[in-house]
Write a protein that binds this ligand. Structure first.
Ligand code: V47
Length: 379
């Protein structure tokens, strides 16, 4: 390829981006300094051009979504993270814990043959026994055998292991045996200690999050990974977070999707902080795609991004929009004004309007084929 071809249609006045562009075109790994330059440039279009190039090299126009249901069995939480508006102390107003039957009813409400995934996360409840979580997963599997159970963040797993007095490996093994098929990516926040002390002081630290993910991958459970941005972290903290995830992925290959999560300050102790801007939201998607070269997917979670920004990000590196969700609590407690759920037809419409090809996937990114009957009952 001639130099002229290589740089065809890529334009920028920011000279720091030229060597990065060369690496991207050659499929070479970006360094920490490259990642910092991507955060620091104002040329969003140039960063987006490169991220889109990588996204199309990996996935063409394919854009994934799934038909899922969120279940949050309890909002009772001992951690009191400053980033969070969802958690409550046990006796606080608004605290709830679902009896198992209630959780099964929640799973069934809005359930049709179309739902392929239950996404289950909740608070760190001081009294619920480990058995509750095992029975929750086993009961869901018994009632909905074809639905993938994506359950419990690394933070919840580590807490359950402490409560059950089991090793993390044994805890994961028992969860897997009871029906957990994979793990969601929450709780990672920002790995740097300085930031964790401010936003989530009582959570496991970054290394423990990574160690738990490593163990999950080692016993054959795939997981996702997240990063919470737009609060008190700086560019170096973000780069450090991405590189730690990239390093673990080199070791295990167990991550499926990376999901950058924009901080929503309303109703949290950090509500004096401003909300993220559209520029940062889209930049974060693009930088993630460029730095996380070993992550198959970058998800633009529409609930958190808004449907409009998530749709635009499909041209800036994202290849996944998450799902129908049905009932979202964590962001809505923190002031999100997006709808609680979205119908599959609407997700498909947004993806097509971005010039992309919608692919309904299951949690493991296998395409889901629908008969006309199952489409008729879809949510
Ligand atoms: O870990 C909590 C974040 C996460 C706030 O794996 C907040 O497919 C912003 O991890 N403002 C939970 N963010 C959500 C999550 C997730 C979502 C969608 C898909 C997947 C997946 C995972 O939400 C928490 C925390 O990082 N969070 N409070 C807040 N006020």
């Amino acid at each position: 390829m001639s130099d002229l071809d290589r740089h065809h249609s890529f334009q920028t006045d920011d000279a720091r981006l030229w060597p990065i562009h060369g690496k991207v075109m050659d499929g070479e790994r970006l360094s920490a300094e490259d990642a910092l330059a991507l955060y620091r440039t104002g040329d969003l279009l140039a960063v987006g051009w490169m991220a889109n190039h990588v996204r199309e090299r990996m996935h063409g126009d394919k854009t994934y979504f799934n038909v899922n249901r969120h279940i949050n069995p309890t909002n009772v939480c001992v951690a009191a993270c400053r980033l969070c508006a969802f958690g409550r102390k046990k006796d606080a107003p608004g605290a709830y814990t679902m009896a198992l039957e209630q959780a099964f009813e929640t799973a069934a409400s809005g359930y049709t043959e179309a739902v392929t995934e239950f996404h289950i996360v909740g608070g760190l409840h001081p009294d619920l026994p480990f058995q509750y979580f095992l029975e929750l997963c086993a009961g869901l599997k018994e009632r909905f055998p074809q639905v993938h159970v994506k359950a419990f963040t690394m933070v919840e797993v580590a807490y359950l292991s402490k409560r059950a007095k089991l090793s993390i490996r044994e805890t994961l093994q028992q969860l897997k045996a009871s029906g957990v098929d994979s793990l969601p990516g929450g709780g990672a926040e920002i790995f740097a200690d300085r930031v964790r002390h401010i936003i989530c002081d009582h959570k496991i630290d970054g290394d423990q999050w990574l160690d738990t993910a490593r163990l999950a991958h080692q016993i054959g459970l795939k997981s996702n990974a997240t990063m919470l941005y737009g609060h008190v972290e700086n560019d170096e903290d973000r780069v450090d977070h991405l590189l730690k995830l990239r390093g673990l992925q080199d070791e295990t290959g167990g991550f499926q999707t990376f999901i950058p999560l924009a901080f929503h300050p309303d109703n949290t102790p950090l509500q004096h902080l401003p909300k993220t801007t559209g520029m940062l939201d889209i930049k974060q998607i693009a930088v993630s795609r460029l730095v996380l070269d070993n992550f198959p997917h970058i998800k633009s979670y529409w609930q958190m991004m808004t449907a409009k920004i998530a749709q635009i990000s499909l041209r800036f590196g994202a290849d996944d929009m998450d799902g129908t969700v049905i009932e979202e609590k964590i962001y809505h407690d923190a002031g999100a004004t997006t709808p609680q759920g979205m119908r599959r037809q609407e997700l498909e419409r947004l993806i097509r309007a971005a010039g992309r090809e919608p692919i309904e996937r299951d949690t493991l990114y296998r395409p889901v084929t629908r008969t006309e009957m199952s489409l008729m009952v879809s949510v």
